[in-house]
Design a protein around this ligand. Structure first.
Ligand code: HSE
Length: 316
C-alpha cells in the first residue's frame, strides 16, 4: 500500500436506542461509507470525488462533513504548534449508505475521513481524542453536535455519552446473543428537520419514565437480562412525535413486537426503524416481518441484520 494513501470504512450506527436521545448509540456491521485520503504536497483539504450521493453532497471543504472533520483536526494540531497542521489531503468519498436514513450517514463519512487522516499523520491523536472533530461535522450536517452516531462509529460498540461538557463516553457491555434488525424505508428524513419537530420542554412525569427506562436498558445490557432490555426499550417523549413522519411506523413496530422482538423504535432521527432481538434467527424473522409491514405503504425497504459492531472503523 502507498503510505501516502489510505482507505477507511466506517459503519452505520443506531442512535438514541429508544430511551437514550442524544446519549446512546451502537455500531452495526453494514452498511457504511468508504473514504480514501491522499496526502498532497501542498497544504489544504479538497474533496475531489464523491460517488453514491447522486451529486447531492457538497464538495466545498468547509461544508462537507468528511473534510470538516479533517479541517477541525488540523486546527487542533495548529493550536498545539504541531507542524503537521500544514498537511494537505485530497479526499474521495464512496457513499454506500443513503442520506437522511437515520443510520448515521454523515457520521460514517466523517469518522472514516478523520481516522484516515490521523493514520496518515502518524496518529497524533488517540481514537477518543478524535471525537470532538467528528462532532463538529455533525454540527455542520444537522445543526447539533450530537455524539450518539459519531461515538459508536468511531469507537465501535454500544456507547453511552454520559456527558457532553466535559465529553465523557462510556462503552457498555453487550450480551453475546443481542442482535439487531434495522429496516430502512426508501424515504428521506433529514435530522435537521426531525429535530425541529421536537418539543423544547418535557413534562416532569414523562422525564421520570424516560430516565428510568434508560437506566433499565443499561442495567439490562450489563446483567444480560433480555427481558429487562425489552421492557426498557420505550421512548415516550420523541417517538410519538417523530413516528408521525414515518408512514407505517405503528404497523411496523406492531409486527416487530408480534414476531418476538425485545423492543422496537426509530433508528436515530428516522426513517429507519430498529428492533433488538435475542439471537440471529429471531432478528431475521423480525426484520422480514417489519419489511412486510411496509408493503401496504408502497415503500421499498432494505433490511440489515447485525450484532453490535465492536470493531469500529477498518482499513480497506
Ligand atoms: N440523536 C440524534 C437525533 C440522532 O435523534 O436527532 C440523529 O441520527
Amino acid at each position: 500500500m502507498n503510505p501516502s494513501e489510505i482507505t477507511v470504512f466506517a459503519s452505520a450506527t443506531v442512535a438514541n436506542v429508544a430511551c437514550g436521545f442524544d446519549s446512546l448509540g451502537f455500531a452495526i456491521h453494514e452498511p457504511g461509507d468508504e473514504v480514501t485520503l491522499v496526502s498532497t504536497v501542498g497544504t489544504g483539504v479538497r474533496v475531489t470525488e464523491i460517488t453514491g450521493d447522486e451529486g447531492r453532497l457538497p464538495l466545498e471543504a468547509h461544508k462537507n462533513t468528511a473534510s470538516v472533520a479533517i479541517l477541525t483536526l488540523l486546527d487542533a494540531l495548529r493550536a498545539k504548534g504541531d507542524a503537521r497542521a500544514d498537511a494537505g489531503f485530497d479526499i474521495r468519498i464512496k457513499k454506500m449508505m443513503p442520506l437522511g436514513s437515520g443510520l448515521g450517514s454523515s457520521a460514517a463519512s466523517s469518522v472514516a475521513a478523520v481516522v484516515g487522516a490521523n493514520a496518515l499523520l502518524g496518529e497524533p491523536f488517540t481514537r477518543e481524542e478524535l471525537l470532538p472533530f467528528v462532532m463538529q461535522s455533525e454540527k455542520i450536517a444537522c445543526g447539533a453536535a450530537h455524539a450518539d452516531n459519531v461515538a459508536p462509529a468511531l469507537l465501535g460498540g454500544f456507547v453511552l455519552v454520559r456527558s457532553y461538557k466535559p465529553l465523557d463516553v462510556v462503552q457498555l457491555h453487550v450480551p453475546a446473543d443481542l442482535w439487531c434488525a434495522v429496516v430502512h424505508p426508501h424515504i428521506e428524513l433529514l435530522t435537521e428537520d426531525a429535530r425541529k419537530v421536537l418539543k423544547k420542554n418535557i413534562r416532569l412525569d414523562d422525564a421520570v419514565v424516560q430516565w428510568s427506562n434508560l437506566a433499565g436498558l443499561i442495567t439490562g445490557l450489563m446483567k444480560e437480562d433480555y427481558e429487562l432490555i425489552g421492557r426498557s426499550l420505550d421512548d415516550i417523549i420523541f417517538e410519538p412525535v417523530r413516528s408521525l413522519l414515518i408512514p407505517g411506523f405503528d404497523a411496523v413496530k406492531g409486527e416487530a413486537l408480534a414476531n418476538g422482538a425485545l423492543g422496537c423504535s426509530i433508528s436515530g432521527s428516522g426513517p429507519s426503524i430498529f428492533a433488538l432481538c435475542r439471537g440471529e434467527a429471531s432478528a431475521r424473522i423480525v426484520g422480514q416481518a417489519m419489511q412486510q409491514a411496509f408493503v401496504p405503504y408502497q415503500l421499498d425497504t432494505d433490511l440489515y441484520v447485525s450484532q453490535v459492531n465492536h470493531q469500529g472503523p477498518t482499513l480497506r
